[in-house]
Design a protein around this ligand. Sequence first.
Ligand SMILES: [Fe+2]
Ligand SMILES: [Fe+2]
Length: 144
Amino acid sequence: MQSILEYMTNEHAKCDAHFATAEQQVSKGNWQEANAIFNDFANAIERHFMMEEQVLFPYIERTMGNSGGPVAVMRMEHSQMRDLLKILTEMSEQKDREGFLGTSETLLILMQQHNMKEEQILYPMAERILADGQEQVIEEMENL
Ligand SMILES: [Fe+2]
Ligand SMILES: [Fe+2]
């Protein structure tokens, strides 16, 4: 059985790989490839955010009630990352290399810190809450 931590950590790694490739293509000035890969990355991360916001986080919030503070922080960080993704999409379309590489650095740092908090705190918490129900939650996220 795949655990929530394993499944979601693998999702983070896939998104990171897309992102690194997009950055490489931008720095080389291959805008056509860069735009296509950045688009894939933006779609993949948006889907991952939705899986968390619509399926995983509500399970944690239902169990923790008002002490669900960590989830609220994660939701807020998603919104910060979405703002940066929007800016990066525009910069990529406008072929703004310097702007893109500067803003992507900010997104990378935010994303790394966010993912680390999820992998070290939130997902282990979800595993304890869900226990044997983990597989079913993974299925729910995949069917979204
Ligand atoms: Fe997240
Ligand atoms: Fe995540």
